[in-house]
Design a protein around this ligand. Structure first.
Ligand SMILES: [Zn+2]
Length: 435
């Protein structure tokens, strides 16, 4: 366990929210235990998807799931499903998140969702509450996309949204194919594809996640309601020119792909505002080769991340980004290859679910603030097939994907109570519909 994480969490916690079987200390200890798996020097974690560290984190949670009385299995995509039977059969109420991280990521993005869902089950166990329908706590594999540049893989495997063709095209930064990586993880491409479930097995999916923004902090609220998730599109662009010696090649006639890419990156930043108030476009990854101080580059590969709540606006922006890449390449006399690496439609939360969540928040004395999620989550994948809900927890300073990521235990526990109450009400409705 990483004592510093546990101590800091508990130092700011007065225990007043320890009721109905929910324990702040248990959640703090579990967050601190996961924080020690793949820990980095500056307080973060390295748990890339399908790594030994991600697997160890899953194994630790599996142990806790079993202690809590869950029936646990791992599917061919490495997703962990801990199941508690309900008073009646039928569709399951599922909740969870992921335990993989970005390089040197934080200790809350993902683990909080998994451990909060487990905390709800622990609370039910302690109070003798029997859920009316089956409950599942799920850890999805490789959510962050730090391994193959294509995230939310476990949830897409479960919903059957990944094809064999898409998988065989993937390779990681070390040049290992998806087949090699998944083989080393102890599974296979076939088994990965077999992880697809009948969507009818899950009746509802809920996820607690840190906000990764500052709206809740500014509003002074512990948690908020996600009204929809903006769909990201990832466009890969490879600018290709001619390498040459920086000293011996005259400026005239150079075919420098970095000049084209630089112009492109600059222009992309002004495009989203032309399409909507909420649209965003980001170049966060750029590889220059051969990447030598005295060499005119031969190739520059980059990825543009494009998002909006409105699919029409997002697709219009995507098209404009493509045209801009082609023009910047032509202006510098280089080639550009464009490939849409992934495109996910925005997923709204239904009015019925938002109203239900709003009532649960009000009952708990928390003003129900609603906002969109600009980040993709496993709930976005599940939400295309089953009704879903997301509760965001206040992030201190809005910092995320960074060792400094932090949420106070009091706010995390407030979200656990909100999820617990919501789940109880939702499951009653689900059970009533079965009859
Ligand atoms: Zn996450």
């Amino acid at each position: 366990m990483r004592e510093s994480v546990r101590d800091r969490l508990l130092a700011g916690y007065d225990g007043a929210a320890d009721r109905d079987g929910v324990s702040g200390e248990r959640l703090a200890e579990r967050l601190a235990t996961l924080a020690s798996i793949g820990e980095t020097e500056d307080g973060g974690v390295n748990r890339p998807g399908f790594s030994a560290e991600e697997k160890r984190a899953k194994e630790q949670v599996i142990e806790w799931m079993r202690e809590a009385g869950l029936d646990v299995r791992m599917d061919g995509a490495g997703n962990v499903i801990g199941r508690l039977e309900g008073k009646a059969d039928g569709l399951a109420f599922a909740a969870g998140s992921h335990v993989d991280s970005v390089p040197n990521g934080g200790n809350f993005d993902g683990p909080l969702g998994v451990l909060s869902a487990l905390e709800v089950v622990e609370a039910w166990k302690e109070t003798g509450y029997e859920p009316p329908v089956p409950v599942e706590v799920i850890i999805f594999s490789e959510e962050e996309g730090s391994r193959f540049g294509a995230g939310i893989m476990g949830s897409q495997a479960m919903t059957g949204d990944l094809s064999r063709e898409a998988l065989t095209m993937l390779s990681d930064a070390n040049g290992n194919s998806f087949e090699e990586v998944i083989g080393a993880y102890g599974t296979s491409v076939d088994a990965f594809l077999e992880a697809a479930r009948d969507p009818k097995e899950i009746g509802f999916y809920a996820e607690i996640h840190i906000e990764q923004g500052k709206l809740l902090e500014q509003a002074g609220l512990p948690a908020g309601i996600v009204k929809g998730i903006a769909g990201p599109a990832w466009l890969n662009a490879v600018f290709r020119g001619t390498a040459g010696h920086a000293g011996n090649t005259p400026m005239a006639g150079r075919r420098d792909p970095l000049v084209a890419a630089g112009r492109f990156v600059h222009e992309v930043s002004s495009l989203p505002a032309r399409f909507s108030d909420t649209a965003v476009a980001t170049v966060g990854k750029l590889n220059v080769s051969p990447n030598g101080a005295n060499v005119i580059p031969e190739q520059v590969a980059l990825t543009v991340d494009i998002r909006d709540l409105d699919k029409t606006a997002r697709d219009g922006l995507l098209q404009k980004v493509r045209e801009t890449a082609e023009r910047c390449a032509a202006d510098s006399g280089v080639e550009v290859l464009l490939e849409l690496a992934s495109s996910i439609d925005p997923v709204p939360v239904t009015d019925e679910v938002r109203e239900e969540l709003g009532e649960v928040f009000e009952e708990a004395g928390v003003r129900p603030m609603e906002f969109m999620s600009g980040a993709g989550h496993d709930a976005m994948i599940l939400g295309r097939h089953v009704p879903m809900a997301m509760i965001f927890v206040k992030s201190i300073g809005g910092i995320s994907h960074n060792p400094a990521e932090w949420s106070d235990l009091e706010d995390c526990i407030a979200a656990v109570h909100l999820l617990k109450r919501f789940a109880e009400q939702r499951m009653e409705k689900m059970a009533a519909h079965e009859d």
